[in-house]
Design a protein around this ligand. Structure first.
Ligand SMILES: [Zn+2]
Length: 470
């Protein structure tokens, strides 16, 4: 009833728009108006113009500085002055009407080499991260609105434009503006509860665009074996050909724009059959199943995604249970090499994003899942922790993650288990855990045998199409 009334009012407003007096609309609250132009001559670049509309900030920032050294400031009086970018920051003088600069995409790629952030691409298509080329307000006032429009190329940004082609954003959308794709081709994946808009940013020698979208669609379906629904109604994925790489995915990354944006580089000479063994796409999409940890906890986010990469591919039937356990055991072994007696705490704090970060985290995720199932008689598990956290918002802390684990367990579990892992030699928990699960590693490889917790083991990787415990 309420909705019908609102629609009626909207109808009246639209009719009144035809009068000469411009009605007050959302855009009246717009602080900044961005205009991006994709330039091809003499080479690829993006021209950026930012108009200060009302109540606009005057302090700006390139989150990843370096490629733009000055911006041109246009004053209310009609003057134009260069203003230097210092440590990524730009302070606009009083009386500024707008600023302009060019992000010299191809020159940056030539100087720095192709890179997901500063620029990459093939033919007429380019990939670049907002943090490198798109200046943003240093601080964002609550309620700040921004309009953004793009000309010169079909573009794939994390957001959706309105029917006029204008992106109506919140100021905070620019804080991490994610990955952007200019030009290229598009395909779309439709899931029962989500859409993936895909940009293919270059030529592949063997792959069709349909094959690329089929591959991404299967990865997204695997994410749905962990969560009850796909974590976002719409996400964007950019696919970049990597020359000289014959295999499937070479590298992937997710940026926490709102909604998140994913980019993956794929061997330019890959064939569709290669995607059967690809894990990169599902790994990146599995990052969408957990909250963003603030401050960052790489061993936890990578541990969850790494553990579920094997679990989800078994749940979907892409690999059988034995393969999944073999992948986990092999991963633990690769990461364990050279750790000697280093504790997990030491291993994850010394190495940035090392194998130890991924696989000590994956072992801990497995252990958490198994303990939750033991305590609850195999009625709850790690999937339920992710579901609970998703209801609480898009970001979390390590402490709140632990509290969610304890809530699902119905008793304190997290802190004691974490302490056991962090303070003792990395992977020391592996042997006892796998023995209880009946995962044996012998001279002929991994075998699955009856054991105390082999029922839990089979529940973890059992076939399913939706996240549910067991
Ligand atoms: Zn990852």
């Amino acid at each position: 009833m309420k909705a019908a009334f609102a629609v009626l009012l909207l109808g009246l407003t639209l009719v009144s728009c035809q009068a000469s007096v411009r009605p007050r609309r959302a855009e009246d609250l717009t602080a900044l108006r961005y205009r991006l132009t994709y330039v091809r001559v003499p080479e690829h670049a993006v021209d950026v113009e930012v108009v200060l509309v009302r109540d606009a900030p005057r302090e700006f920032l390139f989150s990843q500085p370096g490629a733009v050294t000055t911006v041109a400031v246009h004053t209310e009086e009609g003057g134009v002055h260069p203003v230097a970018v210092r440590e990524g920051r730009v302070s606009l003088p009083k009386g500024t009407r707008l600023l302009r600069y060019r992000y010299a995409l191809d020159a940056v790629i030539r100087e720095q080499g192709p890179d997901f952030f500063q620029g990459a691409g093939d033919g007429d298509a380019r990939h670049v991260a907002g943090r490198a080329y798109l200046i943003r307000p240093l601080t964002v006032k609550p309620g700040m609105r921004v309009e953004l429009a793009v000309s010169g190329a079909d573009v794939l940004l994390p957001w959706q434009a309105d029917e006029d082609g204008v992106y109506r954003l919140r100021g905070e959308d620019l804080v991490d503006s994610g990955f952007h794709g200019f030009g290229g081709r598009r395909c779309q994946v439709r899931l029962p509860d989500a859409v993936l808009d895909v940009a293919i940013l270059g030529r592949f020698t063997h792959l069709s665009d349909a094959a690329v979208c089929t591959w991404l669609g299967k990865a997204a379906e695997e994410v749905r074996t962990v969560r009850r629904a796909f974590p976002h109604p719409r996400i964007t994925v950019r696919v970049i050909p990597a020359p000289g790489h014959p295999g499937p995915s070479v590298f992937g990354m997710v940026r926490w724009s709102s909604p998140p944006s994913i980019s993956i580089s794929v061997g330019q000479d890959a064939v569709a059959a290669d995607f059967a063994r690809d894990w990169v796409a599902v790994h990146e999409m599995l990052h969408l199943t957990h909250p963003v940890f603030v401050p960052r906890v790489p061993w936890l986010s990578e541990g969850l995604a790494t553990y579920y990469t094997e679990v989800a591919r078994a749940r979907s039937g892409r690999q059988d249970a034995l393969q999944a356990w073999t992948e986990l055991v092999d991963g633990f072994a690769r990461a364990r090499e050279g750790q000697e007696s280093r504790s997990m705490q030491e291993a994850v704090s010394q190495d940035g994003f090392s194998l130890a970060v991924y696989w000590t985290g994956a072992l801990f995720a497995l252990h958490l899942d198994v303990e939750l199932r033991r305590i609850t008689g195999n009625t709850r598990g790690l999937d339920d922790v992710l579901e609970l956290l998703a209801r609480r918002g898009s970001s979390s802390t390590l402490g709140a993650f632990g509290a969610a684990v304890d809530a699902i367990a119905g008793q304190p579990l997290f802190n004691a288990l974490l302490e056991r892992h962090l303070s003792r030699p990395a992977f020391v928990e592996q042997a006892g855990l796998l023995e209880a699960l009946g995962v044996q590693n012998g001279p002929n490889g991994v075998s699955l045998v009856p054991a105390r917790d082999s029922l839990l083991r089979d529940s973890v990787v059992g076939r399913r199409s939706h996240g549910e415990t067991p």
